[in-house]
Design a protein around this ligand. Sequence first.
Ligand SMILES: Nc1ncnc2c1ncn2[C@@H]1O[C@H](COP(=O)(O)OP(=O)(O)O)[C@@H](O)[C@H]1O
Ligand SMILES: [Mg+2]
Length: 357
Amino acid sequence: MASVKLSKLEKSYGALRIVKGIDLEISDGEFVVFVGPSGCGKSTTLRMVAGLETITGGEVKIGDRVVNRLAPRERDIAMVFQDYALYPHKTVRENMGFSLKVRGISAGEAAARVDEAANMLGISHLLDRRPGQLSGGQRQRVAMGRAIVRRPQVFLFDEPLSNLDAKLRGQVRTEIKKLHQAIGTTIIYVTHDQVEAMTLADRIVILKGGEIEQVGTPDEVYNKPASVFVGGFVGSPAMNFAKALVQGDDLVFSNGDRIPISALRENCQSGATEGRNVIVGIRPEHFAIGTSSVSLTCDVQVVEPLGSDTLIHFAIGSETLTARMPPETRILAGETLKIAVDPTKIHLFDAQTERAI
Ligand SMILES: Nc1ncnc2c1ncn2[C@@H]1O[C@H](COP(=O)(O)OP(=O)(O)O)[C@@H](O)[C@H]1O
Ligand SMILES: [Mg+2]
């Protein structure tokens, strides 16, 4: 096992800067998830750690070694991809053991490691099958098994669940977490799926346009998003945003509704200076039916019962927001009503910089 340190890591293709100077220290045994929209540089960053992509600038350190110039096989990492590329004519056992054979590990030792990994992944009964006789989820487990048997210092995962259907994705995700709990090896995991990031990570790295937007625990990025981008990216349904202006003692919304600044959290209060244009962020779960000292006037547009809860989409002036309500909520489209907000859960962002206040 090893720590990983990225220092001013950069990647350009010609004049095109893709990864723009990433600084990150990953502790030994930590599970770090890189998340961000498609094209933000996640795979490129991971591939530089793996040695599959040359490094334009900066440094990658695994343990005590700078690995910039080392070939992938000298870096003591194992990578699991979305597209797992098993050998179709080899059995599961052979697929999992192949890399050990190539590395000159004895047949006995290789067999023991394959058995142990298969056991851990619940695929012992599949060892004599060929990939064509497996389901997608089973194949992905074999691909993980192939990585585990190598006992690398660091596992690298690039969207390993993207080819699986939703139900299977959930199952395999849980298995990856169990696996990390069992073996404790450092993991860097790339995904565009914020649910995967939230559920798996010790720490989440949110990337935007080749730069780190925020690094934090799932709790930190959810409860203290550093920007509108992070607030909108983490959480489902997404955080609501509405423009407002600080006027006197109140935040004033576009429909004229007011929220007293004194009801907000301390850091929001101190940032709410007279005349400041802000973006108010409210999560769907922080609304409730009924008036309280802090409520907004809403025109209900669409009601979506989900069974476990009901989503209410409503307009405040020209902005559309979503509230998550208990399933027994009886509200109809077309109603105008007051929706209460927990003011201590409100986020404020500067309207120009979109950074948290
Ligand atoms: N070989 C390449 N030449 C030029 N641009 C590339 C190359 N590989 C990737 N890119 C660009 O780099 C950006 C980041 O790609 P990638 O790291 O794969 O994003 P992600 O994994 O976050 O979706 C994308 O805009 C992509 O088009
Ligand atoms: Mg990618």
